[in-house]
Design a protein around this ligand. Structure first.
Ligand code: ADP
Ligand code: MG
Length: 452
């Protein structure tokens, strides 16, 4: 076997054991540089990949490598010159143009970065659910515009995307006060554009966005369906990107899962770095509660924290909400918090949220909204892939979440036969096991359905 063949086999095996995002992030542009007796040298594109492969993935790589090259005992990762070249972008003329814009900028606009100083890296707890997203954000603060551009962070509601994005902006400014950082949401971007068109101020709108060093746009999923905004965003994106200006985006899902997002935008987003934030594990949840307590200068015993962290698993904002509610109650009643009081104060919200009942119609509506298609389409005869999948997901959720009978499910979705419903349920169940993205999409729909 050649080195190339060996490495392809190793990659093939690794792809099955680690998530897709991690796989592409860390193993893209890697290769075997040489192998000699029990030492194999692997080429990686940059220092960041070297660090992660050494510290986090080495044992997986070693195991996979041993299957095809049993002599191996040790792997060394070195930064390969050829691959590294791809990461260096030439400076362009546009950069100078951008700089001339920025010197002409009015003073008042300079501070309009929209950053909230509350969000910092210091107050962000790192756990396995967010370590990749955190690490990439933190790397960006040290190498603005050159390591991960654009950076695309995605994940469900209340899992720390805004916190991370803002912390990145704040940290960049702390270390480089001269840099121009702009944070906005896709909704605000859209509204400003509409206002600018209305008031004939389109060129100042363009300048405001195109002169920055770092552009952060939160919740990009709301660009969906807004053609004019997407068009303008595309040009802003290109201008900044070509000039090696840093772009950081967030969304609740992967680019290609954002309905009616233009292909060219999807491919721009996918051309950079994609990192997810997932549900925090119990240790992370407790650690987050502890930091929030410290910020509020309040004390709660460990059993209380554990009680809260056990009941709220999928949303850090709700975790904080429960904590605030308990603190407010204790301060108002001048009582010392104990587990019994906690159960009294929070017990009802926990049981309500877990028991919230939804109807088949609500499920169908939530799925249709998520995929941005009309409800009727789910019920009609269309066999198009972009309709069939959401239809099957509706069926799956009706069975899984509210235990509807298969004939009932069929009748809710355009008088379909119960065997169609069974097939849909089994198919989606199987897909969830094999495709992390489907699982993520379904979780997002469930979050919307069951949110209090
Ligand atoms: P998202 O933008 O993903 O919906 P946010 O960034 O608004 O979520 O986070 C919701 C709340 O949870 C914020 O108050 C944020 O400070 C807090 N939070 C989220 N993740 C963390 C974390 N890892 N450490 C500390 N606080 C966090
Ligand atoms: Mg947010």
């Amino acid at each position: 076997m050649t080195n190339e063949q060996i490495w392809q086999t190793v990659l093939g095996e690794l792809e099955l054991t680690i998530s897709k995002v991690n796989f592409t992030t860390w193993f893209k542009n890697t290769s075997i540089a040489s192998k000699e007796n029990n030492l194999v040298i692997v080429n990686v594109p940059h220092g960041f990949a070297k660090e992660w492969l050494e510290n986090k993935y080495n044992k997986f790589v070693l195991k996979a490598l041993k299957n095809v090259y049993p002599e191996v005992e040790e792997i060394k990762y070195i930064i390969g010159k050829v691959a590294a070249k791809q990461y260096l972008k030439p400076e362009t003329i546009q950069k100078e143009q951008l700089e001339s814009y920025s010197t002409a900028m009015p003073e008042k606009e300079k501070n309009k970065n929209n950053l909230n100083p509350r969000y910092t890296f210091n107050s962000f707890i790192i756990g396995s659910s967010n370590e990749l997203a955190h690490a990439t954000c933190s790397a960006i603060t040290k190498k603005i515009g050159t390591v991960y551009n654009p950076l695309f962070i995605y994940g469900g509601v209340g899992l720390g995307k805004t916190h991370l994005l803002q912390a990145t902006g704040n940290e960049i400014l702390r270390m480089n006060p001269e840099k121009k950082v702009k944070y906005t949401t896709s909704e605000r971007f859209t509204n400003e554009l509409i206002q600018a068109i209305k008031n004939h101020r389109i060129s100042s709108f363009k300048n405001a966005y195109r002169k920055v060093d770092v552009l952060i746009i939160d919740d990009i999923q709301f660009l969906t369906g807004k053609e004019k905004t997407q068009e303008e965003f595309f040009h802003t994106f290109n201008t900044l990107h070509e000039a090696n200006k840093q772009i950081i985006l967030s969304s609740d899902r992967l680019p290609k899962a954002i309905p009616s997002l233009e292909e060219r935008l999807i491919s721009r987003f996918e051309g950079g770095m994609i990192a997810d934030v997932g549900y925090p594990d119990i240790e992370t949840r407790i650690a987050i509660l502890k930091t929030k307590l410290k910020e509020k200068d309040f004390y709660l015993s460990d059993d209380i924290l554990k009680y809260i962290a056990t009941h709220i698993q999928k949303n850090i904002r709700e975790l904080e909400g429960a904590l605030n509610r308990l603190i407010a109650h204790c301060q108002f009643n001048h009582s010392n918090p104990n587990l019994k009081i906690t159960e009294e104060v929070l017990g009802d919200i926990f049981s309500n949220s877990s028991k919230k009942s939804v109807t088949p119609r609500q499920i169908i509506k939530a799925v249709a909204e998520f995929y941005d298609i009309p409800v009727e389409k789910l019920k009609d005869k269309s066999r198009k892939k972009e309709i069939v999948k959401p239809r099957q997901i509706s069926m799956y959720l009706m069975r899984k979440e509210i235990k509807s009978s298969y004939p009932d499910i069929g009748s809710h979705l355009g008088s379909r036969d119960h065997t169609t419903a069974i097939h849909a349920f089994e198919k989606i169940q199987e897909e969830i096991e094999n495709d992390k993205n489907i699982e993520q999409e379904i979780n997002l729909i469930k979050e919307r359905l069951f949110a209090c």
